[in-house]
Design a protein around this ligand. Sequence first.
Ligand SMILES: *Cc1c(COP(=O)(O)O)cnc(C)c1O
Length: 336
Amino acid sequence: MRLFTEEMRKEISIVTHRYPMRVSGYYLGLITDRGDPIYRQCIPAPEELEDVTGQPDPLHEGAHCPVARLYHRYPDRVLLLATNNCAVYCRFCTRKRNISEKSSSISDRELAGAVDYLRHHEEVHDVLISGGDPLTLPVERLEAIIRAIRALAHIDIIRIGTRIPCVDPVRIDESLCAMLKRYHPLYVNVQFNHPAEITPESKKACSMLADAGIQLGNQSVLLKGVNDSPEVMKELVRRLLAIRVKPYYLFLPDLVKGTGHFRTSLECGLEIIRSIQGFMSGMATPQLVIDLENGGGKVPLSPVNVVDRQGGRYTLRNFENVRYDYVDSPSCKARG
Ligand SMILES: *Cc1c(COP(=O)(O)O)cnc(C)c1O
């Protein structure tokens, strides 16, 4: 298939002038049709320039950035942006504002600044290395970052957020896995948004990470025209578990300027969760989350299962929408 006509190339170049494009050869190869779920995620669309609703930084990350590249929004954990480089520039990126042709990664000085901050914040027990995509860094550089964080006794876990297993899986190799294995407890959160992204290659990448003892979670984004249906998401979560990845979050898209055409309703998200909960294992059910505008943070949302309550008598609905009474027991404290 010849993917792009001359006219399309022109249309795309108008968009890339403002929002750059990058797609790995592997991910491009997953496209089977114009406008298919892979295409929509990675090929620039004219709608990106028409979006007047979103903000460049709706999460107000800038307001919670005590030192360069480190975001401290929640009490016990921080986000470290190791690089702004990615293998694929997702068109719905939350940090679209940081994407530029020029890649920039954390410098030694910035790393020292972040570590120094963490040293003085013993309440932090969890460092999430993200970006950009930290797995685009050379293994030695990533190791230097992880080693510096691991040296702090109060940091329990290190997490890496990456799309590499999905968008460029051959980059997951023995040397990377052998390095990561030395820094447990380590978790990796990946991002698969559509069943078509689960291939023999991505399965192998996830296997290698899991064999290195790494717990794998998935953070999907609910995207119009990609995965905004119960059928697609049910297929995705089933296939994720089969490649040893536990669905973790399902995000409503952030209100980022240039991504408005991907927005779906909260009700659509709730409908998807209702279609999974109970019909499939609790293991398969991601937590639906909205990351609030103006830096409010993440809010987990669940379908309403308590349909009525009179004092200690609850009416609950099950996954089949049948109502049952539940009589609560007095709490330990109340019995005093
Ligand atoms: C999402 C996020 C985290 C991690 O949140 P979890 O709910 O623990 O996965 C940490 N810091 C910031 C700023 C975040 O946006």
